[in-house]
Design a protein around this ligand. Structure first.
Ligand code: WT7
Length: 645
């Protein structure tokens, strides 16, 4: 702790900031002393309502019952587009930067509105109605945002599936939420390479007989197979469609979208967000965390397949009338200066990315950064995992030239928006700490008995009362919502993360305390990877843990026990890696596979992952107590043959 450097808010930034230290204190205090009053005011200020709500908040954390602004009527798409037309119809809404540095395009609010209305009408003409679920499996092109907004416009519930997921994962998600319509593209393009989205979709849909329509955007013109009973071209369907499409009046608690995320057990959960609370929380956090001023060019490098893309490429920025940059490519293509070239090209003011990208670029040295000016930058942000102080300092010094504050934003798919983050004009920065709670957020740290601790402490991170952006249920399985988040520490929302609070009251996220991995800022359940591995007929058993990885944050380490009489081989190792890739997607590929004649288990048969994590991390001196193992000899075998990396 002693060598932690505290960085004050840079003077140049403080002069123009929306919120200073005193304002933060006063507003935070008000937000927790009178949450309903505070959030009512914000809801009126940030959103346009067709009619007011009956009740600001209703909640019961034992039943996981959470309702904000019920009875209020609004439409998320209307709030993101229509209401801006008069004041900023000709202002840019989206800047699209293609994978190829020579290709880009902008859409004004008026153009985006027209495109969304056309596609919304196309959806309607194919039978999509309010409440229907629509799956979106797209590359990072404007049509991905258009599709989301078009669904919101007609009250359909979108479920975006990241374009890097496999046909198998796509199929599971389509079936779980019973989507009948899919929107995809012929191919995606990333880092100069094609991603066969339509072909993947075709494969997934072999097991989804209820999907009656597939809209395909022509991105590359690459060859695709065509099912004339089901497939339609996006450009043909919108060509004839009218730009007149009234926005459906929705209740604040009507679902806006489902987004799947991994948990510690079983299949990914469909996190359900509703309309009013989510949109308000996305908008207010976008404004204050990023100190958003009118005219700022704002760039979040996430993919719309993740919550970061939902809240901070589409809904938050557009609700605020911002200019949001959508990037199709990757940080290192054509070379490692791409991010900074795009910053200069489009005069980006706010830049938001993940620690894993910063670490990957840090390896390439300062030259690729220093060949650009980055003079437009005012603010930097990170999200997805704890940022190590070395990467933080590099980002601050090399990228931001010590002019730009860094906001380290802790939040989750489940929280809808930022929960713990410094506000850039108000809170001094501590590299590696997400610092303070956002307005209306009351975090707590509990011990193993579920008792809230005071002052300096370390334990499990909970949130003690609801905020508007909180998820409302697991789609189709409310009991799973209760069991996952409200059982471990009754009366509180349990995040699954550990945290420490320091003497100043700042929060430090220490990482997941459950069996969830964080690989390059992406969440993966160890159980999912294990289920994929055991599909191979040569595998008897598999146990997966995370280990520290220089770039990814966590790497995937798999211990595999083969069935009797099968010998390990490099070919088999490759088959297993390929299998996981096919089952889940490239992000889930194990970095290390160690053959394990047996796994360390307790007498009741439970795998002792604590020991496996230590071996994977090469912390062989601190394996801890192994006396409760059924066969302590197993550990010696595993440590001796620990995979060389
Ligand atoms: C998990 C949520 C929410 C956006 C992206 C990931 C970890 C996220 C931070 C941060 C430390 C972080 C947590 C959390 N996480 N941001 N700033 N510092 N850890 O969303 O896939 O729902 O993952 O990411 O472990 O629980 P997600």
């Amino acid at each position: 702790m002693s060598d932690i450097r505290i960085h004050p808010v840079p003077d140049g930034f403080a002069a123009n900031a929306l919120i200073d230290a005193d304002q933060y204190k006063a507003m935070y205090q008000r937000s927790v002393e009178d949450p309903e009053g505070f959030w009512s005011e914000q809801a009126e200020q940030f959103l346009t309502w067709f009619s007011p709500w009956d009740k600001t908040l209703e909640w019961d954390y034992h039943k996981a019952h959470i309702r904000w602004f019920e009875g209020g009527r609004l439409n998320a798409c209307y709030n993101c587009l229509d209401r801006h037309l008069e004041s900023r119809g000709e202002q840019t809404a989206l800047i699209w930067e293609g994978d190829d540095p020579n290709i880009d395009k902008t859409l004004t609010y008026r153009e985006l509105h027209a495109a969304v209305c056309r596609f919304a009408n196309a959806l309607k003409s194919r039978g999509v109605k309010k409440g229907d679920r629509v799956c979106i499996y797209m590359p990072m092109i404007p049509e991905a945002c258009i599709a989301m907004l078009a669904c919101a416009r007609i009250g359909a519930v979108h479920s975006v599936v990241f374009g890097g997921f496999s046909p198998e994962s796509l199929k599971d998600r389509i079936l779980d939420s019973d989507c009948r319509v899919l929107i995809t593209a012929d191919e995606g393009v990333r880092g100069g390479r094609q991603v066969p989205l339509k072909a993947n979709a075709d494969k997934a849909l072999q097991s989804c007989p209820d999907v009656h329509t597939v809209f395909t955007v022509k991105r590359t013109g690459g060859e695709v197979e065509w099912n004339p009973n089901r497939d339609v071209w996006y450009h043909e369907e919108v060509a004839e469609a009218s730009t007149d499409c009234p926005a459906e009046e929705m209740d604040a608690e009507d679902p806006l979208f489902i987004l799947y995320t991994s948990g510690s057990t079983g299949k990914p959960k469909g996190v359900l967000h509703t309309t009013g609370g989510y949109l308000l929380f996305a908008a207010i956090t976008h404004k204050y965390t990023f100190d958003y001023h009118d005219g700022d060019v704002y760039w979040c490098t996430a993919d719309v397949g993740w919550i970061t893309g939902h809240s901070y490429i589409v809904y938050g920025p557009l609700a605020n009338g911002a200019i949001s940059l959508v990037f199709e490519g990757v940080p290192t293509w054509p070379d490692a200066s791409r991010f900074w070239q795009v910053v200069d090209k489009h005069q980006v003011n706010t830049f938001y990315t993940a620690p894993t990208a910063i670490r990957a670029l840090m390896r390439e040295g300062e030259a690729p950064v220093k060949q650009t000016t980055r003079s437009s930058l005012k603010l930097l942000g990170t999200v997805g995992e704890p940022i190590n102080p070395e990467a933080w300092e590099w980002y601050y010094r090399v990228v931001g030239d010590e002019r730009c504050p860094i906001v380290d934003t802790w939040w989750q798919t489940e929280t809808g928006g930022h929960m713990i983050t410094s506000l850039p004009g108000a809170i001094p920065m501590k590299p590696g700490s997400a610092t303070r709670p956002f307005f209306g957020v009351v975090p707590g740290i509990v011990d193993n008995e579920g008792k809230l601790m005071e002052g300096e402490c370390e334990g499990s991170l909970v949130i003690t009362r609801p905020w508007p952006g909180q998820m409302r249920t697991v789609y189709g399985d409310h009991q799973r919502f209760i069991d996952t988040y409200f059982k471990a520490f009754p009366g509180y929302y349990f995040s699954g993360d550990g945290a420490r609070r320091d003497a100043d009251g700042d929060y430090w996220i220490t990482g997941r305390v459950d069996d969830v991995l964080n690989v390059s800022g992406h969440r993966l359940g160890t159980a999912e990877v294990e289920s994929a591995l055991v599909l191979h007929k040569a595998v008897a058993e598999a146990a997966v843990v995370g280990y520290p990885h220089d770039v990814k944050g966590q790497g995937i380490y798999a211990y595999v026990t083969l069935v009797k009489d099968i010998d390990p081989s490099d070919e088999l190792r490759q088959e297993l890696v390929d299998l996981v890739r096919e089952e889940i997607g490239p992000i889930a590929k194990p970095d290390v596979i160690q053959w394990a004649p047996a796994l360390p288990k307790t007498r009741s048969g439970k795998i002792m992952r604590r020991i496996l994590r230590k071996i994977a991390a090469n912390e062989l001196d601190s394996l801890g107590d192994t006396s409760t193992l059924a066969d302590p000899g197993v550990v010696g075998e595993l440590t001796e043959n620990r995979a060389n990396r």
